[in-house]
Design a protein around this ligand. Sequence first.
Ligand code: ADP
Length: 397
Amino acid sequence: MTKTLAVNAGSSSLKWQMYEMPAEKVIAKGLIERIGLPDAISTVKFGETKDERTLEIPDHKTAVTILLDDLKRLKIVSDISEITGVGHRIVAGGEDFKESTVVTPEVLKKIEELAPYAPLHNPSEAVVMRVFDDILPNATSVAVFDTAFHTTMPAKAYRYPMPNKYYDKYTVRKYGAHGTSHFYVSREAAKLLGKPIEETKMITCHIGNGGSITAVKGGKSVDTSMGFTPLGGIMMGTRSGDLDPSILPFVIEQDPDIKNSQDAIDMLNKQSGLLGVSGVSSDMRDIIDNMDKNENAKLAFEMYVDRVKKFIGQYLAVLNGADALVFTAGVGENSIPFRAAVLDEMDWLGIVVDPEKNVIGATGDISLPESRVRIFVIPTDEELVIARDVERLSAAN
Ligand code: ADP
């Protein structure tokens, strides 16, 4: 039995989960938030215990040290050398990383070079990987890329209709994201369908604070809604999703608050989506609670649902129908009104939800028998995919 850590480092956070492998048992999990601020919070949950501390964590390096100290302090491990593998979620893998890989100095360098494609993520992820490698030199370190699952897209889906030099010289193309989640739920959906994954066609909807929809054929991503960056695709909590690019120079010229392209991109990433339209919140629960009394919240909900429906329609056309439509992540797993609205009036497309199954806590098949497309709610588990990849690659190493 081995202990494996799945680590997800964000720009100011570090989420982790520790597994006993190969049993796939979660031993402990935690979150370090507000890295860089004097009142950062480290939370560790194991068994019935929840340990929470507020302390100064100036950088990611300190965050890793605190996490490893916590594991010892709370007796989750008696020595950190018990950790034999660490898997890292990496946001941008570019065109090079088509699958998870054991981290070597060259791999680390490449991840750092990909920083322009994920400026808030890849640099902190690389720092975290280096610190783990220093402290746990004998543990197998594995990089699991958010983009890898989408590297099977055909050129007609991933290329943008721009002059070729932007692809040839600058590798401007669709990379997509949430690949680990789309991978996981598509495999679970194939089990529910009782078919080999190679014989399935499905549309997976990862709808959380960020969101993306993927067309999966024979287990491979053939198109996905997010684009060059996670800003593309459907409307999200704070992101606009797709819009006419001419809007960018227009707002820079017209709005004195938007001084340059960085301001414009920040506005589209952080102040748009549900938050921007509703003026209330980026959280779907708040939007739904306010819909009856606030016209803007109602409009935000309607626009959000509209974008999701349109991508499902596109991908039904791309795939020539589907065996399953899968909902996952915060909104997709939990919001009954959201699923009901997306699935409303889709019967012509062969999609018919069973209202009695579309309830709180529902998992598995929520469609009526007459639905040609099975509708599944499948809780995602990106950390488990990471832990499994560490296990698989450690064995091969
Ligand atoms: P992230 O993209 O940050 O990983 P999650 O997948 O955890 O996000 O989803 C978080 C979002 O899920 C929240 O912002 C909230 O909008 C939504 N959410 C969570 N629970 C519910 C619920 N019961 N009803 C509606 N929305 C929910």
